[in-house]
Design a protein around this ligand. Sequence first.
Ligand code: M6P
Ligand code: ZN
Length: 202
Amino acid sequence: MKSEQVREGGKLEITKPFRKRISLEKGIMEEPDNHWHRYLNDMKATYQDQKAVNRMAKNNPLLYEVYEAETPNESGHLIQVVSIIHPGKIGDEYFMTKGHYHENRGTAEIYLCLSGEGYLLTKTEEGDFENLTMKPGISTYIPPHWAHRTVNVGDEPFVFFGTYHANAGHDYGSIEDIGFPRLLVEENGRPISKPNPRYRSR
Ligand code: M6P
Ligand code: ZN
């Protein structure tokens, strides 16, 4: 626990400005407060090709990991994260995040790509969607009310910095089963998007 962070009766407080080092060479946040991992077995239903899921489930590959600089989860604070989506596919679908709305729907989020090559998939509960490509130096803005998922379409780790409201919360809801309007799959060595047969709005 660093001096700018104190726990008063279990409650986290930030007493002064602080710095974090993000290693652009290693693609990690140094000395994070949290570092968590998501494996295939944590999100099997997300992928279309369930035969490929079952084949790969034995090895249970690491799909992505997230480093966090923690702040109190209350209005006014921001969380900083560095996410690394590893390269790979399940069937012809690329490794990707689970995807979520914010529980507190009125909160936005920003991502800045540090390395690799990916996509940001977004959608609203009304059925709008936008898919944006991300490469180093591209920042993306996810407005309030838009669900978001990131996908690594390259052959190296896709690394991005993110920041969002500390009281946003994650609502995974129905995203695991129905996903986003379009899938990103590899065809002839390149990413293409095609309609998601399981998708319906909300
Ligand atoms: C980014 C942020 C995090 C999110 C993570 C993984 O780092 O948006 O809030 O948790 O991606 O995405 P997900 O929670 O959808 O698996
Ligand atoms: Zn979010």
